[in-house]
Design a protein around this ligand. Structure first.
Ligand code: SAM
Length: 229
């Protein structure tokens, strides 16, 4: 991975955030210093989406959650170099953050671009998009909020659509003509001639699904240890 030009730690920390201790929830207003809408990106990788979105939409706050420390710092460095103070990065498992730390009905959008495919059948249970994960996403979204998903793995995308089709509290929306930023993984997939699958689902009502009975179940399938700092 090409190293981004370093920035001073005092500056870098302004573009990072931590989850509060349980049972406290994140307070977006105090984190960003304003009460603009907040959008969450899960699995930012090298940050193409969050950097582009924060550059082009200064009226929105962006929170990025990346489970790998070096990518959290890579993204935070890119944000710091552009002085995009309305975007910040945390290093944690986003499933944990959704279940414990993100306030209910607090997000305008959740973005998941090219989630890890976990190709082997025995690893499929590690995939991010599951029925429980989507319940937490719906609970975190405001009315009218949107869940964005893109993948170049047809069976993962179709499995996600099947779960979403069973979820009456999210309604699929047409894609805009301009699909927006191309992420690092999207670029790689396109270079190999792969097709990109992209969907947007909107939460039309204030109805909330009950939380899954055992929040721990969501991340009872731990990610491999190299994913943690
Ligand atoms: C295949 S990469 C895609 C990166 C980027 N979205 C892109 O399209 O270029 C998936 C990213 O999700 C991160 N990730 C995987 N599981 C995660 C989780 N539970 N919470 C937060 N990040 C996660 C990985 O560390 C990795 O950076």
């Amino acid at each position: 991975m090409r190293k981004p030009e370093r920035v001073a730690p005092e500056l870098l920390f302004q573009f990072c955030f931590d989850l509060p201790s349980i049972p406290q929830k994140l307070d977006w207003k105090s984190l960003f210093g304003n009460d603009r809408p907040v959008e969450l990106e899960i699995g930012c990788g090298k940050g193409a989406f969050i950097v582009h979105a924060a550059t082009t939409r200064p009226e929105v706050n962006f929170a990025g959650i990346e489970v790998v420390r070096k990518y959290q710092l890579y993204c935070a460095t890119r944000l710091a170099r552009r002085n995009l103070k309305h975007a910040k990065m945390a290093c944690t498992d986003a499933r944990f953050a959704l279940a414990w730390s993100i306030p209910t009905e607090s997000l305008q959008a959740v973005h998941v671009y090219f989630p890890d495919p976990w190709w082997k059948a025995r690893h499929a249970k590690r995939r991010l998009v599951t029925p429980d994960f989507l319940i937490w996403v719906i609970r975190a979204l405001k009315v009218g909020g949107a869940f964005h998903l893109a993948s170049d793995v047809p069976d993962y995308f179709q499995a996600s659509v099947a779960i979403l089709n069973h979820q009456p509290l999210l309604v699929r929306q047409d894609l805009p003509d301009d699909r927006g930023t191309i992420t690092n993984f999207e670029r790689k997939a396109l270079a190999k001639g792969g097709a990109i699958h992209h969907g947007i689902w909107v939460k039309p009502t204030a109805e909330l699904p009950p939380p899954p009975p055992d929040p721990q179940r969501l991340f009872s399938v731990p990610l491999p240890s190299q994913h943690f700092p």
